[in-house]
Structure formats: structure tokens, C-alpha cells
Ligand binder design. Sequence first.
Ligand code: COA
Length: 150
Amino acid sequence: MRDAFPHPYTRRDAERFIAMATHTPPALMLAVEVGGEAVGGIGVHPLLDVYRGTAEIGYWLSEEYWGRGIATDAVRAVVPLAFDIFPVVRLQAGIFENNPASMRVLEKCGFCREAVHRSAVTKGGVVMDEYLYALLTSAPVRRGLRPRSG
Ligand SMILES: CC(C)(COP(=O)(O)OP(=O)(O)OC[C@H]1O[C@@H](n2cnc3c(N)ncnc32)[C@H](O)[C@@H]1OP(=O)(O)O)[C@@H](O)C(=O)NCCC(=O)NCCS
């Protein structure tokens, strides 16, 4: 997770996040719900300028719910929604090298590992590589964007 999500995560951090999420269009920020309780979050943020055809996807889950396929289900559910809502042709995520579970989630959802950004991340004083994963939609024309020629 980026430092925008601090650890430990206090109620005040959560309130700040909800206030921000409520006033930050255009983005999709959803709770992951299990049995009527919010146990995590998933978000999609379109990028700007020449990257406007790309959106970033991010997600997290309360630790007691790890290992049940919930993040995979959440990403699978949000991918078509993201391509539907935003005029993007590409979803991407940068995963820290110490997070193989998240890489696996994306691989199970059809994302491809495209690049390793060496020493791109500093988290908790540790410098790490970042693995870039991406998923392309096969229908750029439908989104009013021209496919590349050649
Ligand atoms: C990463 C995270 C979202 C995964 O959620 P989850 O619901 O446990 O994920 P799933 O159960 O859907 O899938 C996890 C997969 O990773 C695998 N996995 C778990 N730990 C692993 C490890 N150490 N090495 C390799 N694979 C691992 C699981 O076996 C599973 O794959 P499988 O179905 O092929 O067996 C969750 O651990 C989390 O919230 N972590 C903290 C926040 C975070 O890192 N968010 C992602 C930021 S990009």
C-alpha cells in the first residue's frame, strides 16, 4: 500500500479517506463487503494528460479475510465496471516486490506483468522494486479512441 494508507490505520485516517473519497471525482471507490460489513476497499483512478486512456486499480482487505479469494472476486467484478464507466483502454497496478499475493490476484484476473521498475518504491525505509501489471480492453473504438496503426 502507498503511504496515503498509513499503518496503523486509525479511525481518523478512515474518516479522512471517506471525506476525500466522497469529493474526488472522477474515481470509483467502493467498499468490499462481506456479510453486510465493509472489510476492505477497491478503487479505480483514471490518469491524466497522455495517460488518459489508462486507469490505476488498487485494493486492500482486512487481514482476517485474506486467502479466501475475496480480492480476486472484487477485482473481477470491478474490471468490467471500470471499462464501462471510464473512457479508458487500459487498467494498471504497480505492485511492490514483497507482495506476491497481490501479483497473483492480478494474474488470476488476466493482468500481464509488463515491467519491473527497479528500486522505484521506498516503503518503511526499504527500497523495493515495483512490478507493473496491466490489462487491456479489446474494444478501444467503442470508447471513442482510435487503435494504434500498424
Ligand atoms: C493482496 C491482498 C489484496 C490479497 O487478497 P486475498 O483476498 O487474500 O487474495 P486472494 O485470496 O483472492 O488471492 C491470493 C492469491 O495469492 C496467493 N498467495 C498468497 N500468499 C502468497 C505468497 N506469499 N506467495 C505467492 N502467492 C501467494 C494465494 O495462494 C492466492 O492464489 P491462488 O488462488 O492461486 O492460491 C490482501 O493480502 C491485502 O489486502 N493485502 C494488503 C493490501 C495490499 O497489499 N493491497 C494490494 C496493493 S497493490
